[in-house]
Design a binder for this molecule. Structure first.
Ligand code: NAD
Length: 361
């Protein structure tokens, strides 16, 4: 499929290819949608196998940000940047400052921050060239570790799932299989244990397994996690974990976790519904980190309490989505996208009010 076809399929407004020899920068800034406001989305650095893979990634990720922001009630659009390079060897001052110059030239149409392969300190460097940067360290006025609100929002999301399915939001006594015990997963298991849930976990890192074992988490092999008989399966590691190989293996009532792009393809939303597994759409339940960045960009600066309050809205938003999905008999991820699209349509119309002007000068 050609680039324009891919853009058309995903309602992509803009792709900006940036290249700079001196600092070995090859990147793509993707602006998916700016109906609600400037496009917001992190900057991913990955040693892609091909140009095509980088283009696909930037379109898919920036589209996801459009939905994430719209459902969370934020006034930002969706964007993302991908840098084609190895984060172990290519993260240099020159590269991030060069990218900052290109982002600055967009005059605020796009705001960036960290994602896989980039670190807050990269954006401290970028900020020397542009103010359109979020997710900064606390000492630079940022909100700090985004995995804190992400884990908290995910925990509340699990409670919303229980409320909807069992009529009781408590996680006490629930058996929860957690895949990935990293920044988000580890904080999540603490919330779950505090509420009396039984946690089974897995990771590929021995150091992270050791840390979770220390909390009394029962550990299984990475491949075994899909077969655990449990109430909730919580993916907090990789994307595409609901796929052709795993769909028949799940023995849970609920799938809800922070990982991005949990469904390998959109039709797995239908398959989960057919199997009576309640799915909390990833771009809704994992919005805490994005909410933190949006709060940094408030005119009066970052406010921790306000940010956590906004994160708490994830609970009600999920309940709305589950109701809509049942009313329309559609998968929950589709219901969430409808909610986002409705909000964008309404705001688009609102913003035409007062536009008709007659200039008599
Ligand atoms: N950090 C955030 O604020 C945030 C926000 C939104 C979404 N997410 C998503 O949540 C997920 C977790 O993010 P994180 O910040 O905790 O990342 P992380 O890198 O700290 O943690 C991921 C963990 O998954 C483990 N892992 C990798 N492959 C695995 C496998 N096959 N089986 C089991 N474990 C495996 C890693 O060893 C690591 O411990 C990611 O998908 C990320 O995109 C994170």
């Amino acid at each position: 499929m050609g680039i324009f076809e891919k853009m058309e399929e995903n309602d992509q407004e803009q792709l900006i290819f940036v290249q700079e020899n001196e600092n070995d920068l090859k990147g793509i800034i993707g602006i998916n949608n700016t109906i609600l406001g400037p496009a917001l989305g992190g900057c991913r650095m990955l040693d892609y196998e091909s140009e095509e893979q980088a283009v696909e990634d930037v379109i898919r990720l920036s589209r996801g940000m459009t939905y994430k922001s719209a459902v969370a009630g934020e006034d930002f659009g969706g964007g993302k940047t991908v840098i084609w390079g190895d984060p172990e060897t290519h993260r240099t001052e020159g590269l991030f400052r060069a990218l900052g110059r290109y982002i600055d030239a967009l005059n605020g149409r796009y705001i960036t921050g960290t994602d896989v392969g980039t670190q807050p300190e990269d954006f401290v460097l970028m900020r020397k060239e542009t103010p359109y940067v979020g997710a900064l360290p606390e000492e630079y006025g940022g909100g700090g570790d985004s995995s804190v609100p992400t884990a908290y929002g995910t925990y509340l999301g699990l409670k919303a799932c229980c409320q909807y399915l069992y009529g009781e939001k408590s996680l006490e006594g629930k058996k929860i299989a957690v895949q990935g015990l990293g920044k988000v997963g580890f904080k999540l298991i603490k919330h779950l244990q505090d509420e009396g849930a039984e946690v089974i976990g897995t990771d590929v890192s021995s150091e992270r397994i050791k840390r979770a074992s220390g909390l009394g988490v029962e550990i299984v092999e990475p491949e075994e996690i899909y077969d655990v008989d449990c109430d909730i399966f919580s993916p907090n590691a990789l994307g595409a974990v609901v796929n052709e190989d795993t769909i028949e293996r799940f023995k849970c009532d609920i799938i809800a976790g922070a990982a991005n792009n949990v469904l390998a393809e959109e039709n797995f939303g239908h398959k989960l519904r057919e199997k009576d597994i309640l799915y909390a759409p990833d771009f809704v339940i994992n919005a805490g980190g994005m909410i933190l960045v949006c709060d940094e960009l408030e005119p009066d600066g970052f406010d921790q309490e306000r940010m956590m309050k906004k994160t708490e809205r994830i609970y009600d938003q999920l309940l709305n989505i589950f109701e809509l999905a049942d009313e329309r008999d559609i998968p929950t991820d589709q219901a969430a996208r409808r909610l986002a699209e409705n909000r964008m349509e309404k705001i688009k119309v609102t913003r035409t009010i007062g536009k008709g002007e007659l200039n008599l000068d």
